[in-house]
Design a protein around this ligand. Structure first.
Ligand code: HPA
Ligand code: ZN
Length: 324
């Protein structure tokens, strides 16, 4: 899979924090972690669902405090991604967890954007930043986040919405997405991971987002599948995440190929690779094996990753030419 040029469109920078780095940052910042032994940490990585995972994920976020931490985290992910044939990575990042610990926004976004520039020099990978709001908080909080990142407008390509889905429908954030669009951001929304197909429709029809993160439950509503195909809305699916969070219990019934066959532009991504047992190539390999995908299917997935990205047209054309 490494030889296959691809874009990664759905990865949370916080979810690339490897256990060794979590321990190292904790030590460096003089912080204690709830897990002492490797066995305790491993036990914590056996998730029962999204909200159970998010508790561990936010505890992990707690160790990231300095500009250097964000820079090293981003650098490590981009180096690893480049090593897997990723040409472009659009990385979600949620500042609110770090603002809670009084980490200044300039340290957060400064560290990340420094690493993006350095990685471009080092390996040629194009990194882009998508700032994500937490849907378990209020829309007023999300609008406040938009104001806070305004000085970083030229460094932030788009905005998204993540965290606990059930009970927090996209429509709760309609004004957030409208404001973001008004400021020229591209938009993406987690929908249909644990939430119903109706949340995917709402993200499109009420929030008018450009892209859907996950979209796993789309096949519950055939008319929604037709809408996604007609409008060519990209779904950023994450098979190993869905398996680990018990969204699906068997990848052999994973709806990715059915959606492809229905004409929906689906892509394969890692979500939170350090927590879910695989980076982007391991996700491609898992679905290829489980769904017996052909070489042509895999190339279609890689093509979709570039056409579904928010890259400038010339960059996409160059990547597609590389795929043949
Ligand atoms: N779903 C929702 N929010 C998230 C996820 C996810 O899989 N990962 C990090 N934040
Ligand atoms: Zn996600």
């Amino acid at each position: 899979m490494t030889a296959l040029p691809k874009a990664e469109l759905h990865v949370h920078l916080e979810g690339t924090l490897e256990p060794e780095d979590m321990a190292r940052f904790a030590r460096r910042n003089g912080l204690a972690l709830p897990w002492v032994t490797p066995d305790e940490l491993r036990a914590a990585y056996s998730f029962t669902g999204l909200e159970n995972f998010l508790a561990v994920y936010f505890a992990g976020c707690g160790v990231l405090r300095t500009r250097a931490d964000f820079r090293e985290l981003t650098a490590a992910y981009l180096r690893r991604a480049a090593g897997q044939g990723v040409r472009r990575a659009e990385m979600l990042f949620g500042p609110q967890a770090f603002l809670d610990h009084d980490v200044p926004i300039d340290d957060q976004l400064g560290g990340i954007t420094d690493a993006i520039a350095e990685a471009r020099e080092e390996t040629g990978i194009e990194g882009a930043l998508l700032v994500s709001a937490h849907r378990h908080r209020t829309e007023a909080d999300a609008l406040e986040l938009l104001d806070l990142i305004r000085p970083w407008r030229s460094h932030v390509l788009g905005v998204g919405l993540g965290s606990a889905e059930r009970g927090n429908p996209p429509a709760k954030f309609a004004r957030y997405f409208a404001a973001a669009r008004g400021q020229g951001y591209r938009t993406t929304c987690h929908a249909g991971e644990e939430g119903p197909a109706a949340y995917i429709r709402e993200a499109l029809e009420v929030c008018d987002v450009d892209r859907i993160d996950h979209g796993y439950t789309a096949t519950d509503d055939p008319s929604l599948v037709s809408l996604l195909a007609d409008r060519q809305v990209t779904l950023t699916m994450c098979p190993l995440s869905n398996l680990r969070l018990r969204v699906t219990d068997d990848l052999r019934t994973y709806p990715l190929k059915r959606l492809m066959d229905a004409g929906v532009p689906v892509t394969v991504n890692s979500d939170d690779p350090s927590y879910f047992g695989g980076y982007v190539n391991e996700n491609y390999e898992a679905v290829t094996e489980a769904l017996q995908l052909s070489d042509a299917d895999v190339i279609t997935l890689a093509r979709n990753s570039f056409t579904g990205s928010f890259a400038p047209a010339e960059e996409t054309a160059k990547a597609l030419a590389e795929l043949g």
